[in-house]
Write a new protein. Sequence first.
Length: 559
Amino acid sequence: MSFFDDASLAFLPSGGAGKDTKAYSIKPTDGSGDFTFSRGSNLSATRIGPTGLIEKGRENLLLRSNEFDTTWATIDSNVTSSQSGYDGSSDAWLLSKTGASGRITQTKSISGIFTFSVYVKKGTTDWVLLYKTGTGEGGRYFDLTNGVTGSSIATAPIDSKIEDVGNGWYRCSIVGNSATAVVAYVADSNGSQSGTSGSIYIQDAQAEIGLAATEVITTGATTGKAGLLEDEPRFDYSGGATCPSLLLEPSRTNLIGYSEYFEGTDWVVQAGITLTPNTTETLSPEGLNNAYKVVSTDATKGFYFGGLNVTNAAVRTIYLKGSVGGETIVLKDPSGFGTPSTKTLSTDWQRFEMATTNDGNSYQGLFIDDISVGTIYAYGAQLEAGSYPTSYIPNHSGTGSVTRGLDVCEGAGDASTFNSTEGVLYAEISALEDLGTARRYISLSDGSSSNDLRLYFNNSVGTIAALSKVGGVTQFSMFGSGYDLTEVHKIAVKYKVNDFALWIDGVEVDTDSSGSVNAANTFNELAFNGNSLPFFGKAKQVLVFNTALSDADLTTLTT
């Protein structure tokens, strides 16, 4: 049989799609089977994309980023539109000096680590100065003839880059820590912008949180966003999967204020360790040059983030790789409490973790210690309250924390989609943990916990279960035990008057030959929730059938 053809509702992340506030089912085709989705109002969530790289949400914080005659202030300068651009368009601008301070600027309050970038081409002058005002005010000169960085002015940027994009155009960028405005000067030479004439071409300015310039997002009257958006479901390809899973996680907070900038506040770099940001020797786990190069000349030293006071269970994670493989480090807490963990690195990125329990001690942060003499690379540190790690939460805020909201996916279908009197609920799912701490449901119901059918991970280690209630009275409760819930399992629960069965991975593990079912047209939604306990884990597919399948079909379906 064709299971997808016979299903009344079919949710398959690789076959459907998602956008802000929606996760699409491939059946029904009229949209009634689509899930509503929400998470939060920021870009703190990440996922592993089909290339195996971390995907983030991105935002250009500047307004009218390529309209330099609007929200931009021209000081001792003027701009002329409709110039030939780096992208073959006529969207570039000529920025011409009319006085010694010839520049263009946009006032913008930016908190935390950010990157300011502009596409620039020489005109009658060969140099540009990118600058940011505010705490740590300063900037960098760029040579538009030879494609190299020049000297810094005032406080040197955390990093500076000039990238040749062809036809005399360069993308110039500086990385800073907070700003009140961003500025581009027409410079006369390295270290000087005092002349009263000269011009350069500019296009597509961008200011974005993080250590690297990403693909251009052109903005208008509001900021522009791209990548993984706030309320977009996360189709996750982690583990090298060719078909994704819908990733649903609880709300978590990254307490490490600079998760990628390892020289920021509360990071301590010990003697014998040298850090270099945005190394070009390797791409980071998100495919950019925004990882740190870590050189060790003393195998008893490392670097750490401290200053926290964590007493609850917590888990620390960081991405590391070696330059040659075989390098070792020790993960521990700066407080000295907890059990240190020695890790061996390979030449591939790995996410290493170290957990501590609520044992009455006060834990302070994350320590990458005893780094082998040689070179390793680091990216993406995280410390979150909880017993298991969740997906990476970028935090460039400084001393503050960043929280990713709870993934909520519910409300698919209506009374015409489901048969309350008989059928099969099938899910190919895995849990985020297997500690037996809470039940997590996928359910068919009337929106209450009194009339429903639930498939769930039970609050006993390694247990998968199903139950049904009619008018608040339990009709059956079936279990299968001894499973690693962090592995993907194919689970089906069959329901029909006096004929209930639970199938797991091709085996009928439990049956019940007594009990009633809900009245016709009772079920009106399928939700990754039940009894107010949202499902946390990964779902590769969920199917609903309006007939009780045969044992042969259930064997095939769950194998």
